[in-house]
Design a protein around this ligand. Structure first.
Ligand code: BEZ
Length: 238
C-alpha cells in the first residue's frame, strides 16, 4: 500500500518491533539496513544538518568514542537530509580544521546516510514538523543483533546528546539480556541489578525472610550483586 505524505511523516518505529528496512547511499558506500548489521548492536541516529555547530560537536564526540562502542559490539550509523557531497565536505572540514575540547583531526569512519528525499527520515519519525519540516530532529535508535528496536530517544535541534548515556544504554540492555535482570535508575556496571519480580506468594515470602541471596526493599523490589568485571567480561569483545 502506498503511504501518503502525512502517514510517512508520522510513522514512528516502536520499541520491541523490527527496525524498518531501507537501502541507502552513505559516506562509506551503500548499506542495507538493518539486515547487514545482523549479529551486531547498532545505533542509528539523525542530525539536523551538516556544517552546523551542535552537530559538529556531536560527530566529533561520537567518532572519538567509536572504538568504545565497537568493543561493545555496537556499530554507529548517522543520517541527515543533506546530500552525499555535503556530507563528504563536512567530514573533511571536521578532520582538517576543527579542534574542539581536545579533539582534533577527528576522522568520522562510520557511515553517514544521505537522505535528500527524506525517505528514511520519514520511516523513522525523524521529521517532526513542530520542530522543523526541513531538518531531522536528533533521533537515536538502539537496535539489537536481531534487528529489533530496543530504545528510542528524540532530542530537539538545540540540544546536543549525552554520549555517556548512549553508551550506558547499550551496556545496560546487553546486561539485561545476558543476566535476565533489569537495571535501576542511573545504573552503571558494578551497581546492584533488579531481579525479576516474585512469581508466587511462596517466593515473595522466601525473599522477605532472606532465604534468597538478594536484598529486598519489599517483596516486589529485590536486587542482587553483579560485579563490574562480570558485566564487562560478558559484554566487551576481547
Ligand atoms: C546545530 O547543529 O548547531 C543546529 C542545527 C540545526 C538547528 C540548530 C542548531
Amino acid at each position: 500500500m502506498e503511504m501518503n505524505t502525512t502517514t510517512q511523516v508520522t510513522a514512528m518505529p516502536r520499541i520491541g518491533e523490527k527496525a524498518p528496512s531501507f537501502k541507502a547511499v552513505t559516506t562509506q558506500g551503500e548499506i542495507n539496513f538493518p539486515e547487514q548489521y545482523a549479529g551486531s548492536w547498532v545505533i542509528l541516529f539523525s542530525h539536523p544538518a551538516d556544517f552546523t555547530p551542535v552537530c559538529t560537536s556531536e560527530f566529533m564526540t561520537f567518532a572519538t568514542l567509536e572504538k568504545q562502542f565497537e568493543e561493545a559490539n555496537c556499530k554507529l550509523v548517522g543520517l541527515s537530509v543533506d546530500g552525499l557531497y555535503s556530507h563528504i565536505a563536512w567530514l573533511r572540514t571536521i578532520k582538517e580544521k576543527i579542534e574542539y575540547k581536545g579533539m582534533k583531526e577527528v576522522e568520522v569512519k562510520f557511515p553517514l546516510i544521505e537522505d535528500i528525499t527524506m525517505e528514511v527520515a520519514k520511516k523513522y519519525g525523524m521529521i517532526q514538523p513542530g520542530e522543523s519540516s526541513t531538518k531531522a530532529v536528533r533521533a537515536v535508535f538502539v537496535i539489537d543483533p536481531k534487528g529489533v528496536v530496543r530504545t528510542i530517544l528524540y532530542y530537539p535541534l538545540s540540544l546536543g546528546r549525552n554520549f555517556d548515556e548512549l553508551y550506558r544504554i547499550v551496556v545496560a540492555l546487553q546486561t539485561a539480556d545476558a543476566f535476565s535482570v533489569a537495571t535501576p535508575a542511573d545504573w552503571r556496571p558494578g551497581d546492584d541489578v533488579i531481579v525479576p519480580p516474585a512469581g508466587s506468594c511462596g517466593v515473595a515470602k522466601d525473599r522477605m525472610e532472606g532465604k534468597e541471596d538478594m536484598k529486598c526493599y519489599d517483596w516486589f523490589f529485590c536486587t542482587k550483586k553483579l560485579p563490574k568485571e562480570t558485566v564487562l567480561n560478558t559484554i566487551l569483545k576481547k
